[in-house]
Design a binder for this molecule. Structure first.
Ligand SMILES: Nc1ncnc2c1ncn2[C@@H]1O[C@H](COP(=O)(O)OP(=O)(O)OP(=O)(O)O)[C@@H](O)[C@H]1O
Length: 218
């Protein structure tokens, strides 16, 4: 298995404001698999994604990525794992405003120690970004910024690509195109791809669907 989660629990807040968001989540993903994570608003999709990305710890349970137990890592170990093995794409693209598109695209790959200039150029071509490489993020459209964010994550060749509503700001046709491209790119590298989405239409395009309901996956 690429990714395994067992009996993951997580609560937010304290006292009266405490919400038990995840109440024993089990999941498993194989390399090369693309999975949609759906569920109503507030069901805990983003919370689960953050735990799988080693951005925040679970309260209990186990998560392992490529056989590595996330619970056994300290802060430095988690940061190293994120750099090396995990790609993240959020609805807000989190591009670095002071870096050109070319440097934004290369950023994650450089951190992961996998920077190959010819690969960045090929990715930019596939993403329709070649003519924008020397521009800065603020000079791009929303759709172009989104493609930079996706390219940046994929250029680093993560084992696991996690995306939270990555096409949330795009119209249907652009969203379909971007999702297709993400699927192709992860399939080529054999990465696992887990995407949070509210869209039935997009969820159907992936290999499998997981639904979060009442703190558990079905
Ligand atoms: N940092 C936090 N502190 C307190 N409560 C939180 C925090 N983050 C999330 N929550 C609560 O946890 C629950 C799950 O939130 P989460 O963002 O994971 O849901 P979601 O399924 O991603 O929602 P959406 O589809 O609306 O983005 C919600 O009730 C939310 O209000």
């Amino acid at each position: 298995m690429l990714l395994e989660g067992r009996d993951i629990t997580k609560a937010h807040g304290t006292g009266e404001g405490r919400v038990e968001v995840l109440r024993g989540v089990d999941l498993a993903m194989r390399p090369g698999e693309s999975v949609a994570l759906t569920g109503e608003s507030g069901s805990g999709k983003s919370t689960l994604l953050h735990i799988l990305a080693a951005l925040e710890p679970a309260d209990s349970g186990h998560v392992s990525l490529g056989g590595q137990d996330l619970g056994k890592l300290d802060d430095r170990g988690r940061a190293a794992l994120r750099r090396r093995d995990i790609g993240l794409v959020f609805q807000q693209f989190n591009l670095i405003p002071s870096l050109s598109v070319a440097d934004n695209l290369a950023f994650q790959a450089r951190l992961a120690g996998r920077h190959e200039p010819h690969r960045i150029a090929a990715l930019a071509e596939r993403l329709g970004l070649t003519s924008t490489l020397s521009r800065y993020p603020e000079q791009l459209s929303g759709g172009q910024q989104q493609r930079v964010a996706i390219g940046r994550a994929i250029a680093a060749r993560p084992r696991l690509l996690l995306a939270d509503e990555p096409t949330g700001n795009l119209d249907e046709a652009s969203a379909d195109g971007v999702l297709e491209l993400m699927r192709e790119l992860v399939a080529e590298t054999g990465a696992g791809f887990l995407m949070v989405t509210h869209s039935e239409r997009l969820a159907r395009r992936l290999d499998r669907r997981l639904r979060l309901h009442a703190g558990r996956l079905a």
